[in-house]
Design a protein. Structure first.
Length: 240
């Protein structure tokens, strides 16, 4: 979603939330229930006439409803599971043990100084050349370069795509977290975590992070599922 659409969507969601709260309070005062009692904003907010923006707002509304339903699905805390899985990724990528995981560059070759943007964008770091085996493992020819940086070792092209999609203002910890969560959504891992399905989340997310079990990229180290499960539990994650 473009930055402008995010602004529109957030504004409408804010209005919708306020309107729904007022409606619910009024209904409660009159002894009546809000529409679709037990439902959320999506049960009464009509975005059908807004075209593409309306569809995107509807997606946002559904997510707000989902997260507002006590932040649980089948008794599993969604927020806690996502946070725990982000910690797992940091552990798998080897950034968690560094003084500031959000400033780590591939192979610990550089520490990011300017957090205004990805270091390969600001120009303070140009990446690290990979071995021919590693290049072949990701379908590239000899001499390829990794620009993986930050807590989640995000390469420049991926970062630029998420930056545009989410309107991220910088390379701060908050922006990196937001990009990583979006990647979990893109890969289908977010819904797995919401359902408490750790194995399913790993299976989906390993297409993005080669260090996760089962990724099997040539020349890339992988963690074991036992390690992942232990780290996930230690970080407060739960399974259904």
């Amino acid at each position: 979603m473009s930055g402008a659409r995010v602004i529109v969507g957030v504004a409408l969601l804010g209005f919708a939330a306020l309107a729904y709260t007022a409606y619910a309070r009024q209904a409660q005062g009159e002894g009546a229930a809000p529409p679709e009692e037990g439902g959320g904003v999506s049960d009464w907010l009509d975005t059908s006439g807004l075209g593409d923006i309306g569809a995107e707002i509807s997606d946002l509304v559904r997510e707000v409803d989902f997260m507002n339903s006590n932040n649980t699905q089948s008794g599993v805390s969604v927020d806690a599971n996502v946070r725990a899985f982000l910690e797992v990724i940091k552990r798998c990528e080897g950034t968690a043990g560094q003084p500031d995981p959000y400033r780590v560059c591939y192979a610990y070759s550089h520490t990011v100084q300017n957090m205004a943007d990805h270091p390969a964008v600001t120009g303070e770091w140009t990446g690290v050349r990979l071995s021919d085996q590693q290049c072949a493992g990701v379908g590239l020819g000899p001499g390829c370069v990794s620009t993986a940086a930050g807590a989640y070792q995000t390469i420049k092209p991926t970062w630029l795509a998420k930056k545009r999609q989410l309107g991220l203002p910088d390379f701060s910890a908050a922006s990196q977290d937001a990009a990583a969560v979006q990647l979990l959504r893109d890969r289908g891992a977010f819904n797995r975590l919401a359902a408490g399905d750790l194995a399913g989340a790993v299976s989906a997310a390993r297409r993005e992070w080669a260090s996760l079990p089962g990724a099997n990229y040539a020349g890339q180290g992988m963690r074991t599922m036992a390690q992942v499960a232990a780290w996930y539990q230690d970080a407060g994650g739960t399974t259904a």
